[in-house]
Design a protein. Sequence first.
Length: 427
Amino acid sequence: MSRFQIILIAIFSFAAVLGVFFFATFQAGSGEPNVNVVMWGTLPQDDFIAWYSGTATNANVKTNVTYVAKHPDRFDQEFVEALADGRGPDIIFLPHEKILEHQNRIFKIPYTTFNERQYKDLFVEEAELYLSPEGIYALPLYIDPLVMYWNRDIFRNAGIAEVPKYWDEFPDISLELTQKDGAGNITQGAVALGEFTNIHRARELISILLMQAGTPITQVTPVGIQSVLPSGGSATSPADAALTFYTQFANPAKDIHSWNRSFPNSLTTFASGDLGIFFGLASDLFAIQDRNPNLNFDVAPLPQPRDASVRMTFGSMHGLALVRETSDLAGSYRVIQELTGREAAKWFSDVLKVPPARRDLLVERPTDAYLSLFYDSSLISRAWLSPLPKETDAIFKEMIESITGGRQRLGEAIQEAHQSLERALGN
């Protein structure tokens, strides 16, 4: 061979050896470009770090996720302003209650990218709120279900061995657990029902009572989302039945009167040991324990109508959504896929003690007694497409207080709430 051939062969041999070395060293993910994305949400920074630091996404040197925690009261305004200034995030935590508010700011994942059949098989039924005709608003990460907390000491002192499973048991429970002084003032409440302002999670509680009674509250129509609050197939609508039940516990003229506006917030009252039953989300467990580490309480599923053919509770659902103005759509999509994947979703559940939205994880029974019940509740969780929470709160508050204050009859209050919902939905 000539000198030129020898040199050429040596060069190719060196290149081959170098190629083998680089393949062996960088074979995992070597073809993936670097990803730098910004994510916004209302999850506290410490909670995000505790979760994200244990995920494979964090361990990937080619992926950098910068999380910015926002105050819940300021998130929406700051998000809109940031988009207008061209400095918005790539990904946001999207609660189901803000789908309608931000639907035009979200990039909908096409069904050609994530098949609708695959989506329904992978996630719980409530997750279908993220589905639209054009695509998927968000990939769900977790569901925070509404459950029933109960004071074990109060029940034991009253000689009650079992907690109620059905709503029609509550009048008797109220009679047995409510205590009053000589002037008729309530010193120990049986259950926080009937009012709005001082009832923690009142919006969620009223929502599920309406849905259990038979009204979805809103529904998708050919002309958009519309309120169906006063609808019903008989003289008494589902909303009539639900609100009649709910408000009677705040009526001082009734024997089952158990709650009024003079009480502190129901979570505070329960934590202090002066309330028999409190309805809260799974995530409220930590708030109760923080306020009173010595409180002797337990958790049970949300009660159901006795004749219900379908069990349900309210679920506060949160997912990860792509912002339309993201500068790296492919990279951002890869991040939300990874963070809602099996391992990352399970780690989120283990760290923050709320159930995942994935069916394949919910079939695995956790050993933690609380989390096991939360898992069961997430499977039957439901919700509705609503205006922003602050708008729904104002509508529900006016509806409840106009009934308990005697300003309007039941049907009038429901009709006015229906009209307010229609306006809030842009109809």
